[in-house]
Design a binder for this molecule. Structure first.
Ligand SMILES: [Mg+2]
Length: 381
């Protein structure tokens, strides 16, 4: 079975104002995503997500298509690892890595469909059939809208919520406490909450002392973990914080390629490592990172602020690892709920059933996808 065509589909219908302290730039679209569809000469197709703007993913597609066409579609790891290796002068760790990662997801999807097995089975088997999703949303100020969203999420059976960015860490300590206190009050004591400072934000200005003080505040509200409290590359800062924080520290969503994760694992720089498949290199790469972390007793909870395809890939990977705990579920989630024939639904216990159907176990609605990519070229420049 040979790769016969590769298509990039823009997901650009959701471009709300970025809710951070200051606007970054009118054409900065943090929400844009790119779906990658791989067709084969035997009629089976697979899907992946490149966690970047579609224009960049499509540029990578143009460059790499001649090298992928005609390759064996049933060798996901070999085909994409070769691509990772020989693109060493093409900007490795950037768009090329995002795109090859999407190809990797799509080829695993095809391999599963052609063998009649879910990807988690192809990875050697399933340690679990269900997992707890946490609803991943943004802090809002004033808090009214955020509280309504939390309440609506509980109606959908979510039992864990991560709130992030917004004005958290960007005004003062009182604001931070008020945001977290309002969220805790809204969900009660039995629902889990996590806090994401968003330290990969432009010129993140908070340092180690702020993070230490804030971590102590978060402990008062029984926060499950504190995400990206420091700049994304501050390895030494994370080591010091993780060693002293009363709440678990997480990070790693912007890192790419397994080699970048190695020191974070070796140095125990975080309690929870958060590789993003759609950014760091796909299913195969994230599985390697997770295995390395597991062997060193570091928890992995994949980062997943992208699409239903990314979520499906996260679910397959989580099923195949012995210590999986949560999956990130973008909420409200236009590119998760809005592009599937049968959207993911939480069960009565607030868990997601992990598909055990061939490949990634989802069916995409191509009309809905095209609808969400209309006007993709018009981004205000
Ligand atoms: Mg984050």
């Amino acid at each position: 079975m040979k790769i016969s065509a590769i298509t990039v589909f823009p997901l650009t219908s959701e471009r709300p104002e970025l809710k951070v302290g200051k606007p970054i730039h009118p054409s900065w679209w943090g929400y844009d995503q790119a779906l990658v569809k791989v067709d084969t000469d035997e009629g089976i197709s697979g899907w992946g997500t490149a966690g970047t703007r579609w224009e960049l993913a499509d540029a990578a597609r143009k460059v790499l298509t001649p090298h992928f066409i005609g390759e064996d579609a049933l060798q996901p790891d070999a085909v994409t690892e070769r691509a990772h290796q020989w693109t060493f002068w093409y900007g490795r760790g950037g768009t090329i890595t995002n795109f090859v990662g999407a190809m990797n997801q799509a080829l695993w999807d095809i391999f599963g469909k052609s063998t009649g097995q879910s990807v988690s089975r192809l990875f050697g088997g399933r340690f679990t059939d269900t997992i707890k999703p946490y609803a991943s949303m943004l802090f809002e100020w004033p808090v009214d809208q955020m509280i309504r969203q939390l309440e609506a999420g509980m109606e959908l059976n979510f039992r864990a919520f991560k709130m992030g960015w917004g004005t958290f860490g960007r005004v003062d300590a009182n604001r931070d406490r008020e945001l977290v206190s309002a969220a805790r009050k809204a969900v009660g004591d039995d629902v889990e909450i996590m806090v994401d400072a968003g330290g990969s934000d432009i010129y993140w200005h908070n340092g180690l002392k702020w993070a230490m003080e804030t971590a102590r505040m978060l402990a008062d509200y029984n926060v499950k973990w504190f995400e990206e409290p420091l700049r994304a590359d501050d390895l030494e800062g994370y080591k010091a914080l993780t060693a002293s924080s009363p709440v678990p520290i997480s990070g790693g969503e912007v890192l790419t390629r397994r080699q970048a994760f190695e020191p974070w694992i070796r140095e125990r720089a975080v309690d929870i490592l958060q590789p993003d498949q759609t950014i760091c290199g796909g299913l195969s790469e994230t599985r390697r990172i997770w295995q390395m972390a597991y062997d060193n007793n570091v928890q992995v909870i994949t980062h997943g602020w992208n699409t239903a395809v990314g979520l499906a890939a996260d679910l397959q990977l989580a099923a195949s690892m012995p210590d999986s705990k949560y999956v990130e579920f973008w909420y409200p989630a236009p590119y998760v709920d809005g592009i599937l024939v049968d959207p993911f639904m939480l069960n009565a216990d607030g868990l997601l059933d992990i598909p055990d159907k061939p490949g990634l176990g989802i069916e995409l609605d191509e009309d809905a996808i095209k609808e969400r990519g209309k006007g993709a070229d018009d981004y205000g420049l």
